[in-house]
Design a binder for this molecule. Structure first.
Ligand SMILES: [Zn+2]
Length: 178
């Protein structure tokens, strides 16, 4: 006989309060003590740094983003034209990625993520605020950052034949932005 799936309640690592966790979510802030936590694929519940922007309006929940610095190097082969120098200049020593952690269609997510690489918002810390559910797990950050880097490079006005990216990322933290 098939058994119903049993959901194990997640308890705050800090104060053992039950976290308001839905099955499709990946990170939470404890409603009792405010400790940030995420579900790690291997280790279970793990502590997570959560920062809040000072720009979140009072009457609107903030939006969670994984923020991570990355070094990107590309190998591009083109049919004609070459934007390799522009690419190198754009990526420089490192760039900051802001990866939407709330639910978005992939296409929109790439658009938002690409725009933030070109125009990163200033990060100024403010008080804790409510925010939309975190549905993109930290484990997915590398793949999405690669998608974003490729999307930016594919947009250059040369005729791309082949594109490879080598992306080195730091440790992502969660920021809640307006
Ligand atoms: Zn707690």
């Amino acid at each position: 006989m098939a058994r119903p799936i049993e959901l194990i309640p997640l308890l705050c690592l800090n104060c053992a309060t039950r976290l308001p966790a839905n099955p499709d979510e990946a990170a939470w802030v404890c409603p009792q003590c405010g400790e940030g936590q995420r579900l790690d694929e291997r280790e279970g519940l793990a502590r997570l740094e959560v920062h809040y922007s000072s720009g979140i309006p009072l009457n609107q929940p903030g939006k969670p983003y994984w923020v991570v610095d990355g070094q990107a190097r590309f190998q591009r082969k083109t049919y004609s034209g070459s934007q390799s120098a522009e690419a190198e200049k754009f990526w420089g020593d490192s760039r900051r990625f802001f990866i939407p952690a709330y639910t978005l269609p992939l296409e929109t997510l790439l658009k938002v993520g690409s725009a933030f690489v070109s125009h990163p918002p200033t990060l100024e810390a403010g008080p804790p605020a409510p925010f939309e559910a975190v549905t993109l797990s930290l484990e997915d950050v590398t793949a999405i950052a690669q998608f974003i880097a490729m999307a930016i490079e594919a947009d250059r006005p040369d005729k791309l034949k082949e594109l490879q990216v080598n992306l080195q990322l730091g440790d992502p933290v969660l920021w809640i932005l307006p």
